[in-house]
Design a protein around this ligand. Structure first.
Ligand code: IPE
Ligand code: IPE
Ligand code: MG
Length: 243
């Protein structure tokens, strides 16, 4: 079958497995999260090199507040440090940053770091990087529905999508979860409707070019039917090739 778009335009990743990576090395969980930041940095560069246009990552879920206080505060400090350290080089590489999720309960420092990073990178267009932080798919749907209702708009798929945190990008083509778990954990519930799913056994800090290329190669073999039949898809891609 002819594959027209082998490289997914939008990849979303549940970056899971930091804690287990650290545990295997008898290190504190936070050491795994630190290494996770390095893995994200590597992944951004790889996505640019492969021609991916949008990368969305799940960095902290609305349920992750329920972790031990020490881990939560460690993650917040790590975030603040990563913003200060990584944003200038991301900007230099043409990355446009968006932070998706509920911000009001984050520290002033983190909130202003988000706003500054978004403003600094607003004109970049090599790669859009959405960092989902204090994000939950269900609460995103609920706040969007509340917004549509408060505006007195008619509730449609379009009006709801437009009020959601990911309204500025098309839905993910490929969702990768690392760390060997087979679940979605409240990530992009609405936007995942027709995403291809890929589960990698690699722990996030270990996720490298070989793992990413394996996911992209797997994606290239998929037939995305969007409810149609295989024959319809083959015909329309054949005529698209003829054009
Ligand atoms: C993912 O790694 C990062 C966050 C949820 C912040 P985990 O911390 O969940 O790692 P495991 O699943 O315990 O190995
Ligand atoms: C999902 O991982 C959230 C992030 C990667 C940020 P979790 O480790 O929180 O998911 P569960 O608890 O195993 O489902
Ligand atoms: Mg986990």
């Amino acid at each position: 079958m002819t594959q027209l778009h082998v490289i997914p335009r939008h990849i979303a990743i549940v970056m899971d497995g930091n804690g287990r990576w650290a545990k295997k090395r008898f290190l504190p969980r936070l050491a795994g999260h630190k290494q996770g930041v390095e893995a994200l940095r590597r992944c951004v560069r790889l996505c640019i090199a492969r021609g991916v246009r949008v990368l969305t990552v799940f960095a902290f879920s609305s349920e992750n507040w329920n972790r031990p206080a020490e881990e939560v505060s460690g993650l917040m400090n790590l975030l603040a440090g990563a913003l200060a350290r990584e944003v200038p080089s991301l900007h230099a590489e043409g990355v446009r940053l968006h932070f998706v999720g509920e911000r009001a309960s984050l520290s002033d420092k983190v909130q202003s770091g988000f706003a500054q990073a978004e403003a600094l990178t607003v004109a970049n267009d090599r790669l859009v990087l959405n960092v989902c932080f204090n994000y939950g798919g269900r609460s995103d749907i609920v706040q969007a529905a509340a917004h549509v209702a408060a505006q007195g708009q008619t509730m449609t798929e379009q009006s709801l999508s437009a009020a959601m945190g990911m309204a500025h990008v098309a839905d993910p083509d490929l969702i990768i979860r690392t760390g060997g778990e087979f679940r979605i954990s409240n990530f992009l519930l609405w936007q995942a409707a027709y995403s291809e799913l890929y589960f990698s056994p690699a722990l996030w800090p270990d996720f490298d070019a070989v793992d990413l290329d394996a996911a992209i190669a797997d994606f290239a073999q998929r037939e995305r039917r969007f409810g149609q039949t295989s024959e319809q898809i083959t015909q329309s891609s054949a005529s698209a090739v003829a054009i």
